[in-house]
Design a protein around this ligand. Structure first.
Ligand code: FRU
Length: 291
């Protein structure tokens, strides 16, 4: 059973497609997809339905961490292995977590923007849903990335990962702040929404503000970069294929790693046509005695 928190964003449609494609090559696997349509209660109910149906394994990409923790625990208690994909739950009571390194991505976005702006400027941060783990991690990493620069976040808002919310929040930012140098959006839909707000404002500010996003789907973020809408986007792999690889191992009784962290790539106008550039996980900042 695969419980997807929503299919509103192209990125999640891609995740399901990646799962379906990988599963198709495995005749002994049948994946039942459920879409929670961005409703936490529906997703809780879906996991419980999978438990009562007695599926062999659950894959979940949870909308929010805290409310989905208990249903996952119930599945584990019922001896149904659970693979958590992309967004996390609380604690460690799951079989395997697979996802991108959101702190690393945020940090790289921060460093990229600092370089682009010559270490100074006023920026708007359009965050993802704060009760989902990638939003906090993308913010934390970003703050590390701009540390030591004179970059100032003048406006920030929880846009819940949704383009229309980002567009609305950007409208307020534009009317309140005559100087905005860049927008750091936690996903490409939000970056695009911000760009559209600036464009529709009619003062040409979309040409001077630099927009940065995350996800880098070929037909979304990477396309925006090629079109000159975004200055950069960072790949956030869906983990769909990896989830099926791990599911097969688990079902065969093989041991799997508890946490599988996927890499990322940066796409800019200069490298988008040639597939972006890999970011090494060793790009972590120097430890400064903090644990
Ligand atoms: C899709 C999405 C992606 C984002 C991910 C974070 O729902 O918002 O755009 O990268 O979820 O979990």
């Amino acid at each position: 059973g695969m419980s997807q928190c929503n299919l509103g964003e192209p990125w999640r449609v891609q995740m399901n497609a990646d799962i379906a494609a990988a599963a198709k090559a495995q005749p002994e696997l049948q994946v039942v997809f459920k879409d929670a349509q961005n409703k936490t209660e529906d997703q809780q109910a879906q996991v419980r339905e999978f438990i009562s149906q007695g599926v062999d394994l659950i894959i979940i990409s949870p909308k929010e961490a805290v409310p989905l923790t208990k249903p996952v625990e119930e599945a584990m208690a019922a001896k149904i292995p659970v693979i958590v994909l992309d967004r996390k739950i609380e604690g460690e009571n799951y079989t395997c977590f697979i996802g991108g390194d959101n702190v690393l991505i945020g940090r790289e976005a921060g460093k990229h923007l600092a370089k682009l702006l010559g270490n100074k400027g006023k920026i708007v941060e359009l965050k993802g849903l704060e009760t989902s783990t990638p939003a906090g991690e993308r913010h934390k990493g970003f703050m590390e990335g701009i540390e030591g620069s004179s970059i100032e976040i003048v406006f920030s808002a929880d846009c819940q990962w949704l383009e229309p919310n980002a567009q609305r929040e950007m409208n307020s930012a534009l009317s309140r702040f005559p100087e905005i140098d860049a927008v750091y959006a936690h996903n490409d839909p939000a970056a695009h929404g911000a760009y559209m707000a600036a464009k529709q404002d009619g003062k040409g500010r979309e040409k001077t503000i630099k927009f940065i996003g995350i996800d880098a789907l070929p037909h979304e973020g990477v396309k925006y970069v090629k079109e000159g809408i975004l200055a950069a986007t960072f790949q956030y792999p869906t983990g769909g294929k990896e989830a099926i690889d791990v599911a097969l191992k688990v079902l065969k009784g093989e041991k799997v790693e508890k946490n599988i962290i996927l890499g990322t790539r940066v796409f800019t106008k200069a490298n988008a046509a040639s597939g972006g550039e890999e970011i090494k996980a060793s790009a972590a900042p120097q430890q400064k005695g903090k644990s």
